[in-house]
Design a binder for this molecule. Structure first.
Ligand code: CA
Length: 381
């Protein structure tokens, strides 16, 4: 019925005269919208295909109701449902509801579910070079990541890396700059890092280990108790908003910045390649556009809620907000380079992504220093 009314609206001659008077008709004809509803975006599609409904499942790595992240996945599904007029109906499952959080990639890869939402560094054990598409220590911030992924060849490379697993990735969210974490003692020199038991995953953990610390792996739900009981001396999590929700301010006194280990962690929407191939072009386009919109909104939410939570932290006299000493950051940065180069030497796949990332990062830093950084300095000084 929708198809019929579409045609009758297009063929009404009075309507056509009205549109052409507004110089819109040439545009409509160019797009071929009356002859082929899918015109302009690919091959002609039959009406049976156009009306076909898809009921998909998306599994995420986030706990149920986890603010901003799980919400973002649900907002995406809702946007797609509305824009596709219900033709693509995605049911979102939080981590553990259908699939354990760290098995999301495998579930999508095997086609057990059609979609997933998480962050590429969760699959570092299987695909170490995926970490560059999340965040690496002393790497690019959200602005640089967006530029690299969308226009600097990063997304093409990411898709190439996931292709052997039949998984198609899309950027979908960024945490923005994270915080350095909560410490139960002050970090005044490199000596204070030695022997430090800190919950810090991934490459950041490897760098901490090189600096003499003891990285500890631990799920989010265990962090508060471990820090409060002294099982660990420090932890990183995300930023002010999520950290306060976890109550970390009640488990440690010193809150350090910046989050050198995660300067802008990217999230991903992942889609099973075969399921993706089954979709008509307009639904593919809806997914692509909705993912980009949700990506921007998650990043904006992070910036908004973190600045609001920072106000609370500043007002709390029991929290000391401290910057890592420069010599500590310099040494962590030096050790990061050694760590990345060692990983690259051990794996051609890692080397390839590392080289592409570093090359873009160097050019982007030049531009960023000249503009954003110099502007920030001008505001401060
Ligand atoms: Ca983190």
């Amino acid at each position: 019925m929708k198809h019929m009314s579409y045609h009758s609206a297009c063929s009404g001659s009075a309507w056509k005269r009205f549109l052409s008077a507004l110089f819109i008709l040439p545009l409509l004809l160019t797009l071929g919208s009356c002859d082929s509803p899918s015109g302009g975006i690919g091959k002609a599609t039959s009406s049976a295909e156009i009306n076909k409904k898809f009921h998909w499942k998306m599994v995420t790595t986030w706990p149920a109701n986890f603010p901003i992240f799980q919400e973002g996945a649900e907002n995406f599904a809702n946007d797609v449902r509305i824009m596709s007029r219900g033709r693509l109906d995605i049911h979102v499952y939080a981590g553990g509801e259908l699939v354990p959080p760290l098995q999301v990639f495998d579930a999508v890869s095997q086609g057990a579910v059609e979609m997933g939402h998480g962050s590429p560094y969760y699959w570092a054990g299987k695909v170490p070079e995926a970490q560059f598409f999340s965040s690496v220590p002393f790497g690019m911030t959200a602005r640089g990541m967006n530029a690299w992924l969308y226009y600097g060849g990063g997304l093409d490379l990411w898709r190439e890396v996931y292709a052997p697993y039949s998984v198609v990735p899309f950027p979908m969210g960024n945490t923005g700059m994270q915080m350095g974490g909560w410490f139960n003692k002050k970090i005044e020199s490199l000596d204070d890092i030695r022997g430090l038991r800190m919950r810090i995953p991934g490459l950041g953990g490897k760098v901490l280990e090189r600096a003499g610390g003891n990285p500890v792996l631990m799920a989010g739900s265990e962090i508060y108790t471990a820090l409060e009981r002294g099982i660990i001396d420090a932890t990183e999590w995300v930023g002010p908003f999520h950290d306060l929700r976890l109550g970390l301010n009640r488990a440690a006194k010193y809150y350090y910045y910046p989050g050198w280990h995660e300067p802008g962690t990217m999230f991903e929407l992942i889609v099973n390649q075969n399921k993706w191939n089954e979709l008509p072009d307009d639904l593919k386009q809806i997914i692509d556009v909705a993912a980009a919109a949700v990506s921007e909104k998650i990043y904006a939410q992070m910036e908004y809620y973190n600045q609001a939570a920072l106000e609370q932290i500043r007002a709390n006299k029991n929290i000391e907000l401290l910057e890592f000493p420069k010599d500590v950051l310099d040494e962590l940065q030096r050790l990061t380079k050694i760590t990345l180069e060692e990983e690259a030497a051990a794996s051609p796949a890692f080397q390839k992504v590392y080289a592409a990332y570093t090359s873009f990062d160097e050019h982007y830093s030049d531009w960023s220093n000249l503009t954003e950084e110099s502007y920030q300095r001008a505001l401060r000084e």
